[in-house]
Write a protein that binds this ligand. Structure first.
Ligand SMILES: [Ca+2]
Length: 127
C-alpha cells in the first residue's frame, strides 16, 4: 500500500507538466518505455527510449504526457515503421520535431504505423 501511494505521487508530479527526462543511455537505474524500429513488424535497426528512473510507469490516462523526445536520435528522422511500448505506456508519434504535424496515437505496440505515418516520425511522446 505504501508503494502504491508513492506511485500516485509520481503521477501527480507528471500531471503537473513535468514530463520525464529521457536519456539515450545510462549506467544508472533506468526504465525502458519504448523501442522504435526501422521496418514493419519490429524488424531492422531500432532505438530504445528510457526514463532515468527505476520503476517508472506511465500514468493510467493518456490525457497527459509522461515522457517525450522532441527529436529522434541522429540518423532516425523519418525512419520509424513500427514500435513497442513498455512500462504501461502508450506511444504517440509525430510528423515533425517538437510534436508538430500529423500524428498517430496514443496507441499500444504496433507492427506498422500505417501508410500515413510510415517513415515520417520526427518526435515521440509516451503516456
Ligand atoms: Ca499517462
Amino acid at each position: 500500500m505504501i508503494a502504491h501511494r508513492k506511485m500516485l505521487v509520481l503521477a501527480a508530479t507528471v500531471a503537473a507538466g513535468a514530463a520525464a527526462v529521457l536519456t539515450p543511455s545510462s549506467a544508472e537505474a533506468s526504465t525502458l518505455i519504448g523501442t522504435q524500429y526501422q521496418h514493419a513488424n519490429y524488424a531492422g535497426s531500432y532505438w530504445n527510449s528510457t526514463v532515468a528512473s527505476n520503476g517508472f510507469t506511465c500514468t493510467g490516462t493518456v490525457g497527459d504526457v509522461d515522457a517525450q523526445v522532441a527529436s529522434t536520435p541522429a540518423g532516425w528522422n523519418d525512419i520509424v515503421s513500427s514500435f513497442r511500448n513498455y512500462s504501461y505506456c502508450y506511444t504517440r508519434v509525430f510528423e515533425h520535431n517538437s510534436y508538430g504535424g500529423a500524428s498517430l496515437g496514443y496507441i499500444p505496440s504496433t507492427g506498422y504505423v500505417g501508410d500515413s505515418m510510415n517513415d515520417r516520425t520526427s518526435s515521440v511522446r509516451w503516456s
